[in-house]
Design a binder for this molecule. Structure first.
Ligand SMILES: Cc1cc2nc3c(=O)[nH]c(=O)nc-3n(C[C@H](O)[C@H](O)[C@H](O)COP(=O)(O)OP(=O)(O)OC[C@H]3O[C@@H](n4cnc5c(N)ncnc54)[C@H](O)[C@@H]3O)c2cc1C
Length: 420
């Protein structure tokens, strides 16, 4: 038998950030174990989806955000089918079939189909000019639109919607953000930070309407306006809907795997079929689906270990959120709702461009919201994640690492030299 024939066949469905990280780790752990074949619905290599916003804003190019270029696949002897989604998984005979009719057998399958943007089925949602924000094609469509059109409406004031709004505005469009809730990014920010963020966006010239309930989109063939339920009409040449994501679990479901919102996985990231792993945004673990990259990379470590024969278990953790809008610094992690037994440490300046809030419970940080200066975000997050007892640092904690230039706080294992 040749060395090639000795190898197990690993087929990967999807070529996003999560499986990209799995393969990197797997190649480091067991470089010779698998013959790897990847199918990707997108017609491209693995790129950093997070950095699409800087591409939209014109601050980076697609080439800048490629994670694995064509050479990487060749060097690692990986077969990549681009622009060819898998349509069918045959579990009993262990093969997959692609849209273009390619059929490949597997010993182990990894499903990493990610998620899709939700398109609210409002009247007019199918008009030309109504877009979503998920991949490079969406960015390219928005860039093209911004060249000959003037008015953009973004529905959704969450992370993606605001990044889309900022990018479109930097491309020269007149942008209005419509958000259903009273404050922006309400899942990641408290009301104060949400209001500061709104002010900062408005100061850049982006119109923000909160409590804005979109009733319909109108136009003849092409979008022309967005109508709110209170009668407000906003002119629109393009509409970007950024109202949430839905895990892509249909392929797995059709193959008879256990699914709910996402593909259900155990702690070892195996699906209900032990020969099939799943990773990334398509997954549901302990009733939770994820939309940020940190937990997906943690899952990737577990999958790579499992594929190389080790036993590691995934344990979900908190991830921080950062908005990637140049000039607006914002960091949030953990919980910030008011509850009995929780205390808060807050500083805010009167001009409203600086706000820090720490939520403390049982002498541990459980939530962090930073606006204007996020330099200590990672430091606070580290304290939160590790559950460090902050009682001895309480007095100066809010000042972060800057409270004492000569003897900074060292939550990474060193000694904390603090004066209360
Ligand atoms: C604009 C934007 C900004 C973001 N910013 C941040 C951020 O700041 N911080 C953060 O943590 N996260 C951010 N995210 C989220 C982050 O990018 C995702 O969590 C991550 O990329 C998901 O990786 P994934 O591999 O699970 O799925 P995806 O990246 O969605 O990849 C799935 C891939 O599978 C392909 N596919 C689907 N079905 C099939 C099929 N049947 N056959 C073959 N291929 C298939 C899809 O085409 C896609 O290429 C952002 C996302 C976007 C869109």
């Amino acid at each position: 038998m040749t060395q090639q024939q000795d190898k197990k066949r690993l087929v990967v469905i999807g070529n996003g950030m999560a499986p990209g990280r799995v393969i990197e780790r797997l190649l480091a752990l067991s470089p010779e174990k698998y013959q790897i074949t990847i199918f990707n619905a997108e017609p491209r290599v693995n790129y950093d989806r997070i950095m699409l916003s800087p591409v939209l804003a014109g601050e980076k190019s697609y080439e800048d955000i490629i994670i694995h270029d064509e050479d990487w696949y060749t060097q690692n002897d990986i077969t990549l089918y681009k622009g060819d989604p898998i349509l069918f998984i045959n579990r009993s005979e262990k093969f997959v079939v692609s849209k273009k009719g390619v059929s490949v057998n597997y010993d182990t399958l990894l499903i990493a189909t990610g998620s899709s943007p939700i398109l609210i089925p409002l009247p007019g949602h199918d008009l030309d000019g109504v877009l979503t924000y998920r991949d490079l094609d969406d960015v390219e469509a928005m860039v093209v639109a911004s060249k000959n059109q003037k008015h953009a409406v973004v529905i959704g004031g969450g992370l993606l919607g605001l990044e889309a709004a900022a990018g479109l505005q930097m491309r020269g469009m007149i942008v209005t953000v419509l958000h259903l809730m009273p404050t922006l990014m309400e899942r990641q920010l408290d009301a104060v930070a949400g209001e500061l963020l709104k002010n900062a966006l408005e100061a850049r010239g982006i119109n923000v309407l909160t409590r804005a309930n979109t009733a319909r989109i109108t136009g003849t063939e092409k979008v022309a306006a967005v109508h709110l339920d209170d009668g407000t009409v906003i002119k629109a040449d393009i509409v970007c809907m950024a109202v949430g994501i839905k895990p892509n679990a249909d392929l797995a479901k059709a193959a008879g795997l256990k699914t709910n919102r996402g593909i259900i996985v155990q702690d070892d990231m195996r699906t209900s079929d032990p020969d099939i792993f799943a990773v990334g945004e398509c997954v549901e673990h302990n009733g939770q689906c994820y939309g940020l990259v940190v937990p997906l990379y943690e899952m990737a470590v577990v999958v790579a270990a499992g594929l190389s024969g080790q036993s590691v278990r995934y344990k979900s953790t908190t991830s921080p959120t950062k908005l990637k809008v140049t000039g607006i610094d914002l960091f949030s992690a953990g919980e910030f709702e008011k509850k009995s037994g929780r205390e808060e440490i807050i500083i805010k300046n009167s001009s409203g461009d600086f706000y820090k809030r720490l939520v403390i419970e049982n002498n541990k940080i459980v939530g962090v919201v930073l606006f204007g200066d996020t330099a200590d975000g990672a430091w606070f997050f580290n304290l939160l994640k590790r559950g460090v007892d902050i009682s001895t640092m309480r007095q100066s904690l809010i000042f972060g690492t800057a409270h004492d230039e000569e003897e900074p706080l060292t939550p990474y294992g060193g000694q904390c030299s603090l004066t209360a």
